[in-house]
Ligand binder design. Structure first.
Ligand SMILES: NC(=O)c1ccc[n+]([C@@H]2O[C@H](COP(=O)([O-])OP(=O)(O)OC[C@H]3O[C@@H](n4cnc5c(N)ncnc54)[C@H](OP(=O)(O)O)[C@@H]3O)[C@@H](O)[C@H]2O)c1
Length: 235
């Protein structure tokens, strides 16, 4: 897809991997709707994205655990920024690792709603608009935890295995509509995700989010007859 002049919606665009995806898409000439919860961080990334070359950009407050916020952003997007060509489902949270009964009930709920339910709801809301575009794509930033079961990550892994199943079925369902579907399964990435959950992980040894964002842009910018529907990235 030629990214110039397209509009991408990036969830979790206010920080970490999502922020770098916004900047790299901008540098490729793509407009960006940056979704997140924190208005200040969104305003910062909006300014950075415009400075990086996006023809248009806006930070949109959208808590992925709030179905009404998701519906509202999806409904107002066409008038605020235009019709979306690309959806990058990236927002996600981590919970402290440990046996299932050590994961607080509210973290169970928050993790599933952010990583899985909200993502499905936003995708469902934007699909009709995506199908109307000449070229369209949904790229899900998932995790190695969507393919490999690792100890202590029961709820996180449940959401990521769920995202893999969602991605694979969506790919079949949209095969005739022209909406291309992809899943990215990366291992540890150097962001604040673990620290936000109160877990001390030596993530400075992990893949840099800027490098991972290059992979996302590469996947999205392939020619029409070449689609990378599943990519695994490791250290
Ligand atoms: N870091 C890793 O090692 C790693 C490895 C494999 C996969 N992943 C996956 O990659 C994705 C991005 O992770 P990251 O490392 O970039 O994390 P991050 O640095 O913590 O950034 C997470 C982003 O998601 C947003 N977010 C969190 N909860 C949200 C909610 N309820 N509603 C809306 N936005 C919300 C945050 O926005 P605000 O807080 O500003 O609202 C932020 O923009 C996630 O799906 C994660 O599971 C990460």
């Amino acid at each position: 897809m030629d990214l110039r002049g397209k509009l991408a919606v990036v969830t979790g665009g206010s920080d970490g991997i999502g922020r770098h995806i916004c900047l790299k898409l901008a540098a490729a000439g793509c407009g960006v709707a940056i979704l997140g919860r924190n208005a200040d961080r969104l305003a910062t990334v909006e300014a950075e994205t415009l400075a990086a070359g996006a023809p248009k950009a806006a930070g949109l407050v959208c808590d992925m655990t709030d179905p009404s916020a998701i519906a509202s952003v999806a409904a107002t997007l066409p008038t605020r920024l235009g019709a979306p060509d690309i959806l990058v489902n990236n927002a996600g949270i981590w919970h402290r690792t440990g046996p299932l009964d050590t994961i607080p009930e509210d973290m169970v709920e928050q993790t599933i709603r952010t990583n899985l339910t909200g993502t499905i709801q936003l995708t469902r809301a934007l699909l009709p608009d995506l199908r109307k575009r000449d070229e369209a794509a949904v790229l899900n930033v998932i995790s190695k935890s969507g393919v490999v079961a690792q100890a202590g990550q029961s709820v996180y892994t449940a959401t990521k295995y769920g995202m893999r199943g969602f991605t694979d079925v969506l790919k079949s369902d949209e095969a005739e509509t022209g909406v291309r579907i992809a899943g990215l399964y990366q291992s540890g990435t150097n962001t604040g995700m673990f620290a936000k959950a109160g877990e001390d992980v030596p993530n400075h040894i992990f893949t840099e989010p800027d490098d991972l964002a290059d992979v996302v842009v590469f996947m999205l910018s392939r020619p029409p007859k070449l689609w990378m529907h599943e990519v695994r990235v490791e250290l």
